[in-house]
Structures are given as C-alpha cells and as structure tokens.
Write a protein that binds this ligand. Sequence first.
Ligand SMILES: Nc1ncnc2c1ncn2[C@@H]1O[C@H](COP(=O)(O)OP(=O)(O)OP(=O)(O)O)[C@@H](O)[C@H]1O
Length: 724
Amino acid sequence: MTRAPISNSPSPEPQFTPRGITPTEEQRDIQTCRARHVIAMANAGAAKTTTLALRIAESITRGVWPESIVALTFSGEAARVLKERLIEIGLDEKVVRRIRCETFDKFAQQVLRDFEGGQAPILDSYDAVAPHVRAAVTELKAQNVLRRTPRELSLPEHNEQIFEFLTIARQLKARLVKPQLEDGESFEEHAESLNLPVSIFLLFCQLEKDRAGYGDEPLWRAEFDATYDLACLLASEDCQIRPPLFRIVIVDELQDMNPASYAVLEYLLTQGKSFFTGAGDFDQVIHRWAGADVNFIRTRFAQGWQSVETRPLTQTYRHGPIMALATAALKNKEVVSGRNHETRILVESYADQRAAAERVAANVLDWKTRGGHLDACAIILRAPYQSILIENALLEAGIGWRVEGLESYLLRSEILMLRGVIAFALNDYESIPGVEKRLKVLQALLLWQQFEWGANRLDDAALKTAAEQPDLFDAFLKGTLLKPQTRADKQAADSTSDQETEADFRFLEKVSALRKSGRHDEANTLANLRRLDAETIDETPVQRGARMRLEQTLAMLREAPPDEPAWSVLERAVDMLALKKVARQIFIAPSTAVMVARSIDGFIDGSRRNNLSLRDFAIWLRKAEVKALKLRASNTVLLCTVEAAKGQEFESVMLPCLEVGTFPLSGSDPAEESNRFYVALTRARDELTLYIPDNPARVSPYVKDMNVDRAISRGRLQIDIQFG
Ligand SMILES: Nc1ncnc2c1ncn2[C@@H]1O[C@H](COP(=O)(O)OP(=O)(O)OP(=O)(O)O)[C@@H](O)[C@H]1O
C-alpha cells in the first residue's frame, strides 16, 4: 500500500452530525476528507466501521443519492454490522435500504445474473462441489489413458485430498489464476510456474472446463466463483459485461482483500471515477485459507492510484485501557483506548469441561442479576463441538440461547442420526418431537448410511409422510435402511415418488401396448428385465458395511439391559457403527470430520449426567428440546463461533476452553489462530471472562501473553491519570 503523507489542505466542516457519539478529530477528518482514495488501517474497535458509516452519511447529507453508493465487505456479518452502524448514527432505515451494502461475492452474483439472464446454481459447501471433482478426476483419467504417453497422475481420491484440492483451487482463484496456458507453454511448465504439481493444475483446468459447460453461463458456481468469474470477464480483451457504477465505493475488512476482489474493485473505481474509502485491521486476517493475504494489502493494494491518503484511527472506543493493554501485550503492538472505562477482565479456572460449562451458565445468570441484558452477552467458541456441554448447562440454568456460525447440537446431523438410532432401538418414535425434526432425522440417517439419494428424493413427499406416521417410520427402517439396495433403487435415487409412479405407469402402458399388438415376447422380456432390476442387489461395499453395522447395533441396543446407563450403551453403539471412520468418508474437510467426532463424544459425555438409562435419556432429550425452544422465545444469550462474532461487539464476552490444543486449535495455522483469539477477545465492551484449566501447563499461551494482572494494574493507573 502506498503511503502518501496526510495532505495539508484542511477538510471541510462536516455537515452530518451523528446520533449517540461525538466523532473525534480523526473520524471527522475521514468523514469529510477531499481525497479521492482514503484508507484507514487500525486496531480492533478503533471505530473503522463507524467511521465508514459517517463517511457514507456525510455523502448523503451532501446530496449523493444512496443508490450511487456501494459498500462491499468479505462477510455477510460485516455487511450487516455496517448497516446497523448506519442506523445507529442516525440515518433513516429507509435510506439505508437504498444503499447497496453486501459482500463482494453477492455483488458479483447479482452482476452476473443480470448479464447472463439467469442464476447458475450456487453450491454453498465443499461437500456439494465434491461430486463434480470426482467426475473431473474420472474424466482426466480417461483422457490420460488415450494419450500416446500417459502422464503419471496423482489425483485426489479421498475426502481429505478433495478438500485440500478445493482449498488450493480457491486460493488459485483468489490469485486470479486462469485455467489456461500461455502461448507455446506446456501444462508442466505452467504448473511449475505456479509451484503446483501438474496433476493438480490439470484437475483445476478440467473442473473449470466442466463448470463452464457449453452455454453462456456456467453450470454451477461455488462460493467465491462469482467474484472470480466477474474478475476474469472484466480482464478479458472483449469484455462485454458492464457492472453498475457508483459515485462512492466503500470497503470494510480491507485485510481480507485478494487479487480477484481487487480486480472488481479497480474496475468500479476506474470506470466509475468513484471516491473510495476503505478500512481494515492487519491482525484480523482469519481467512487465509480463502486467499486473504496481508502482503497483498501491504504491497500491491492501491498501487498506481492517484490521490491516496492513509488516515489514522489511533484509539479504540470499544473498551477501556485495561483491555487495550492486554491486547497490546498479546499482539505486541500499540493499542490506545479513548474510553474512560474499566473494562473488567476476569479469569476463571476449571477442573474439567463440565465444570467450565457450569461456571459459564452461572456467570451468565450473575451478569443478568447485576442488571445486564442477556442479548448483550456472547459466549464465543473456537469450535462448534464445544457447545454441547454449554448448551446443556444453559438449559439446566433456564437460560435461553441463540446461535450464530454453528448449529445447536440437537440439530447437528451426527446427533440427529444417533437420535434416530435410539428411537428405532426403543421403538419410541415419539422421542423425537415434531414432523420437521423427524424428517431431519430420516435425512441424517440416509446421509450416515451413505445412501446416494439426490436432493429431489431427500425432500420428497414420501419421506415427509414417513416422518408423519409411526408405522411408516418403522417401515422406513425395514424397507429402506436395512434392505439391501437394488439396481432399481439406484435408478430411482434421484427421482421423487411422483416421478417414480409416473415411470411405473409408463412402463405398464408400454407392456400393455406390446401385448395388445401381440408382441408378447418383447413384453415378457421387458417385464423380466424390470423384475431383475428390482431383485439385483447393487450396493457398494461401503453401503453394505453401513447397513450391516446398523442392523447389529440395533440388535445390541435392544438386547442391552434396560437399566444400563445410556453413556455405556451409546459408547458401544458409536463403536459398532464406526461413526468416526464414517465421518471421514462423508465429510470433505478433515477438520469437519474431527469436529463431528468430538461432537459425538460430547453427546455421550452429556448423557453421563444423572446416569440415565437409554430410555430415560431419550425422554430427557425430548424435554430438553421442548424447553430449549421455549427458552429461545424470551431473551437469549448468544453462542457463536469467532468467525460469526467478527465485526460485532457485546457488553459481556465469555471465552471458554482456553487450553492448549483447543485455542490454538491443534493442526491450525498458528498465525491465524492468534488473530482468531484477538478477534474473539476484542468483541468485549465492558466485561471479558477467560476460562482456563486449573493445570497451568495446559493454559492457552494466548492468555499468558495477555499478561492480565499487569494490564489491570497499569490500566487502572492510566484511567486515574488520563481521565482523572
Ligand atoms: N467517537 C466515538 N465516541 C465513542 N464511541 C465511539 C466513537 N466512534 C465509535 N464508537 C464506538 O466504538 C465501538 C467500536 O466501533 P466499530 O465497530 O466501528 O469499530 P471497528 O474498528 O469497526 O471494530 P472491529 O475492528 O471489531 O470491526 C462502537 O461501539 C462504536 O459505537
């Protein structure tokens, strides 16, 4: 980033006066700055988003149409927070709705939809993209065999490898790498120039070719593909696409910028001759896997732009000096607070995870007793699996909670599937309340039993009917889950029950027409072939294994002594079903498979409470679910991931499980983990509670780095001196 000196020309007096805050000199300067390009890189809570909102409000007050302003971010959450800040500082909600405020990718999707005249399906997870990767692998292998000298290819087969490939592909797209060769270049040479194995580059090219299809629009887009496609189109020589242009362009979370998003931004700025203001924080990069690159911002961003001014925002207004000192120690940088407030930092030690969860619930109640609002309190987790014990503790304490960035554990597919198994074993289908929930249980069972049903069939009325009626629920077990799949089942895997009935009808008509015209042999052959399809077992070894395991597990559960504790039978069931191994087969991301395994452990651990039998545990689960729903109807505390908390702030923040291996999470990028911790802790306005194990050797190094005691004593001194 080019750093031009701050211009000497004084900024004009602001015309917009915000509600609720008095902008500092620095904020006013950015609000009214005359420079065409203004950039502010600053600490967490240093009012970046607020200042961008002030800049937008100032433009509108000076007569700019809200429709000619676009505010782009890299996460939906950041776009939501920016809109929230615009309203907080006093812009009318109706005016805010007229401003285009969304992620780069949503913006690109809309532009492409208008250009292409339709929306290509969006595949929103790696799991949804994986079948396309497998198809591309098959195609590449087939092509390779036909080569005069086949290459030695090493292509992804297993989920972990496919996940790794998709992550590489995403990074290539962030870098705007095209699936093409330069003139006269070989694939080998090009792959080498990208520092990639040739097999991976070939697969990247093949997948992109498949995605492009033969029409004007691609067959599908994964997350970020719209940004990539738009950037490629804009860079093409015969560029036909004309994205809308805006007078004012705002970008929040600049640290997440990558070359593809930058190409879109540059187009908007050059073609629209727009005024640009951007803000970000180098220490909040937590999406490196998706191509976010601090070096890009530091070295290439704004290169060649005229009239670029970097402006400071030196003080954090979110929290007081104690927190500022603690974050400064953590990140080894200067952090100054402009808030005269003793943000409390509390450190609580725990003996085990259950005790920690109970302390979290007790502290939430205490927060409420001291006059705090539940919805101003957030429990931020490093990983979703950590929610199980906390959800149980909140439930026990009668505290309602809502979730962001994770699903309540009772709704996660691995837990739904286990609940289905319990319901089948006990023949107690009512233990899962509500048709919707039972449908989800059936869908989860199909996923875990590795049925390759298409979306059509999974959402079909027939499955919904099975979820409605107890006898059909049982028939589903016997007639689908425990029955070996046949060739006919496979053929119908993607059709709805209506389509199946229609196919049956057409078949009968055909046979009858043949008979009527005396072609009995043909009619018989057709009928025999159909019978053969219905009788021929056609299941993969994996599917057969899953079916046998389910059968044996149900038998084991039914034969278990009725008073045997649930945790003990469930442990055996999880082993027999080989769930942790199956998780690795089903989920593309290795980290997801690990989380699922931990989630299952947490579920079993949760069943240890009160030593309930399996039947009583099923009853407890049903009651828990009903109670959780009721509690959710009132005020709720937020249970969320760090990613979901980014950009938000809360009066009270609780960070459980700050131990070695959990935060930083083992196997994760250390630099990014440190940033993640920084993001989590800097969400707090008034109170931060850190939960650490009572064994000092197991305490997260980040907590040690914060040097809390020193921050408290120095911070108090600072409050006395600075604010009197
Ligand atoms: N001039 C001011 N006086 C007092 N409080 C302010 C002022 N400007 C902003 N704030 C408050 O400071 C807090 C942090 O602001 P904001 O969310 O804009 O920071 P940020 O830098 O975007 O944070 P993050 O890095 O987490 O995205 C908010 O509560 C906001 O209302």
